[in-house]
Design a protein around this ligand. Structure first.
Ligand SMILES: CC(C)(COP(=O)(O)O)[C@@H](O)C(=O)NCCC(=O)N[C@@H](CSSC[C@H](N)C(=O)O)C(=O)O
Length: 348
């Protein structure tokens, strides 16, 4: 069995750090320093799925499922509870606040209309023909204004949106760098690992430089695939070092660490959450099943397992407001963080 520290050190020494690392480190340092000076708690919130490229000049990659809803929604609730948020997210995944008007669900162009008639002699800024204003349709203004004000306040004060990652390597280098910058926060730091992290990758020495050509793929022993298509592509992946243990023991030894465990088979969930807790000795594993992740999650900590669920439709007290499960998850996490802080304060 390879020593995890060896495999982990080898991983970081044999994979190139992301070009954004110096900028991310400097941004995190300035953000943490500012909020530490104001005695504000800081949560590093990871969101979205990481990819595993199959070629250096990447055309194909293995992706991990995540739209970023969990992370983006949770960030809004942490901000509303006074936490400063460092948002480490996957490129093109959902973001706090703008998620309400994302490209797929509520296309923002559907909320806009043209306003104002172009009178004779009206001129545009460039001296050309005047153009009408673009305004938000009346029925959407109140809600959009509320989101816009929260977004602006967050961006000005307590939300750091880092340049996004794509690959698992970029994610791990950045997570390690930011965790180190957060060490000065001690117990006031919280890690909320909602990102869907790859468990396997192609090491650099086995990575193709250019796009893998279907014709190049070695003839498999059983010849072309039974469907009569092209030759098979056999991919040989190595396990990604289990970085969570290093995060708990070295990168952020005093912080509260919460990881998420994703399963599709409910029969496995509790066991896998307990395995993760036993293996990494962090504070809380939030288990969720892909199919029901928006309605229920399982809080697993030492000695206990508790479901957190949205009220079912017949439980609703008549309120038309859609309740988001993150509005239940985040306060429960904060409750545990505060309990840990009180305990650490009492024991000195
Ligand atoms: C990805 C979702 C389901 C949210 O979905 P969207 O709202 O659509 O974004 C999230 O709740 C989640 O389970 N995130 C964690 C998923 C995940 O990959 N968990 C890993 C642990 S991640 S970090 C731990 C690392 N793999 C390691 O073991 O060291 C696992 O289940 O094994």
């Amino acid at each position: 069995m390879t020593d995890p520290s060896t495999s982990e050190s080898h991983y970081f020494s044999s994979n190139p750090p992301p070009p954004t690392l110096p900028q991310h480190t400097a941004q995190a340092n300035a953000f943490v320093t500012h909020h530490h000076a104001h005695s504000r708690r800081v949560v590093l919130l990871t969101s979205g799925g990481t990819t595993v490229p199959l070629e250096n000049q990447t055309v194909r990659f293995i992706d991990n499922f995540s739209a970023g809803t969990r992370g983006a929604t949770s960030a809004e609730y942490f901000l509303s509870q006074g936490y400063a948020v460092i948002f480490l997210h996957r490129q093109f995944s959902l973001l706090p606040f703008s998620r309400h008007y994302s490209h797929s669900t509520n296309c923002f162009l559907d909320f806009l209309s043209e306003w104002g008639r172009i009178g004779e002699g009206d001129e545009g800024e460039d001296g050309g023909a005047a153009t009408p204003d673009v305004v938000v349709k009346a029925k959407y203004r109140r809600e959009m204004l509320s989101v816009l004000r929260k977004y602006r306040k967050a961006k000005e004060q307590k939300l750091l949106l880092l340049l996004p990652f794509t690959t698992v390597t970029s994610y791990l280098f950045t997570l390690r760098a930011i965790a180190r910058e957060m060490r000065c926060l001690g117990n006031e730091a919280l890690f909320y690992l909602a990102a869907a992290v790859s468990d396997f990758f192609v090491p650099p020495d086995r990575m193709a430089e250019h796009k893998i050509q279907s014709g190049d793929v070695p003839e498999s022993t059983s010849g072309a695939s039974p469907g009569g298509g092209g030759k098979k592509l056999v991919i040989d992946l190595d396990p990604v070092p289990k970085f969570l243990k290093r995060l708990v023991e070295q990168w952020a030894p005093e912080a509260m660490i919460v990881s998420f465990k994703l399963e599709t088979d409910p029969a496995l969930l509790l066991k896998k959450c307990n395995q993760s807790l036993d293996r990494y000795a962090h504070h809380l594993v939030i288990g969720n099943i892909l199919a029901t992740r928006k309605y229920e999650v399982l809080f697993v900590e030492e000695g206990s397992a508790q479901w957190v669920r949205l009220p079912t439709s017949d439980d609703k007290s008549g309120g038309s407001e859609e309740v988001e499960i993150e509005s239940l998850i985040v306060p429960e996490v904060i409750k545990r963080h505060e309990k840990m802080l009180l305990k650490r304060a009492a024991t000195g």
